[in-house]
Design a protein around this ligand. Structure first.
Ligand code: SF4
Ligand code: SF4
Length: 345
């Protein structure tokens, strides 16, 4: 499957094949169940695929991949794939996406990207598409090319106990570098942060990725999903110099971010290096685990800006749990896996 050719084998319509009978107001998600869509006429029903030709569940738009301005020169991965493992494509016969259960790792990105809640994570942790409209809440609409509605979202796509979340370190270990990089990029995208990540192995640029927060802050990313997280804070220092020198970003606008699989043990030098960098250079490096990103995304949290103690690790004390509570309002004090929010003992 090509990275940049649209994945649907034919596009027979311009907009959506179906639309809701009346204006949709809200989608309520319940983990392991189909979401419910509430309509303004008082009716409701199980969320269903509207058959939209641009299929945001399958592809990002070019605009979403662009960071704009001088950052546009960053040689990011041009793939528009939403799915990090190429598990979703278009089924012309059903005019709906089709998911390969053998390739799906259950990350939920396709579900989070669907504007209508038509994909959920089932009790096996795999994504499934509802394409049958069992409650009759839609009507035929071949030419409905209106922009996608932004419906209010309640509930959560999954919990810390959902298969993907609790087995994330194992999933990451089995992923190729490209898959892990796309997973990180797209998790940022669904949490409201525009991201461009270089293909792993591309030696033209040192840093792993760039982020643009809606506040205008620019994040630089070092991505380390394996055990070697120690080098990440040091590499961020070099990245700051490159971003300032080559891309002209003011030092005060740069947020250095280590994106890692799991927090290392408190005794590991990682925390000391971060402390040293802050004490000596007055640069505050941030840490985000993939598990934290996943839980923010599944709870529809948005990361608009990074200030104060958000995503900090100081001398082994982390503010990751407090950060997610602030972003997602109410949140159970449960880690999906050891090291997702707190350094393992
Ligand atoms: S699953 Fe959602 S985003 Fe994908 S085609 Fe159907 S309605 Fe559109
Ligand atoms: S849940 Fe993740 S892995 Fe599965 S099809 Fe959707 S995007 Fe792909």
């Amino acid at each position: 499957m090509s990275d940049i050719v649209p994945h649907k084998d034919s596009i027979l319509h311009k907009g959506r094949l179906r639309k809701f009978r009346s204006k949709a107001k809200e989608i309520v998600f319940v983990p392991e169940e189909r979401a419910t869509v509430f309509l303004s006429d008082g009716n409701s029903g199980r969320a269903t695929c509207l058959g939209c030709h641009d299929a945001p569940c399958i592809e990002l738009t070019e605009g979403e991949l662009s960071l704009g301005g001088t950052l546009g020169a960053f040689p990011g991965d041009p793939s528009r794939d939403v799915c990090p493992t190429n598990a979703i494509d278009w089924n012309s016969a059903e005019a709906a996406p089709r998911i390969d259960p053998d390739a799906c790792v259950g990350c939920g990105l396709c579900a989070l990207r669907c504007p209508y809640g038509a994909i959920n994570l089932n009790d096996d942790g795999m994504a499934t598409v509802e394409a049958t409209d069992p409650d009759g809440i839609t009507v035929h609409a071949v030419d409905d090319s209106a922009p996608h509605e932004k419906l209010r979202r309640q509930g959560a796509l999954g919990t810390p106990r959902t298969l993907f979340a609790r087995s994330l370190p194992i999933v990451l270990e089995a992923m190729t570098d490209t898959e892990a990089t796309r997973l990180a990029r797209n998790l940022f995208a669904v949490t409201g942060v525009a991201a461009s990540m270089r293909r792993k192995g591309d030696t033209n640029i040192r840093m792993d990725g760039l982020l643009r927060f809606s506040s205008g802050q620019i994040g630089i990313v070092e991505l380390e999903t394996g055990a070697s997280v120690l080098e990440s804070p040091r590499a961020l220092l070099e990245d700051i110099a490159v971003l300032h020198g080559r891309f002209g970003v003011a030092r005060s606008d740069i947020i250095p971010v280590s994106v890692i699989g799991s927090l290392p043990n408190v005794r590991v030098e990682y925390y000391q290096v971060i402390d040293d960098i802050e004490n000596v250079l007055d640069i505050r490096c941030r840490t985000v685990t993939m598990g934290l990103l996943c839980m923010i995304a599944w709870n529809f949290g948005k990361i608009d800006e990074v200030n104060g103690n958000t995503f900090t690790t100081v001398s082994g004390e982390t503010d990751l749990y407090r950060s997610i509570v602030a972003l997602c309002l109410s949140f159970a004090d449960e880690e999906p896996y050891p090291g997702a929010y707190r350094p393992p003992k």
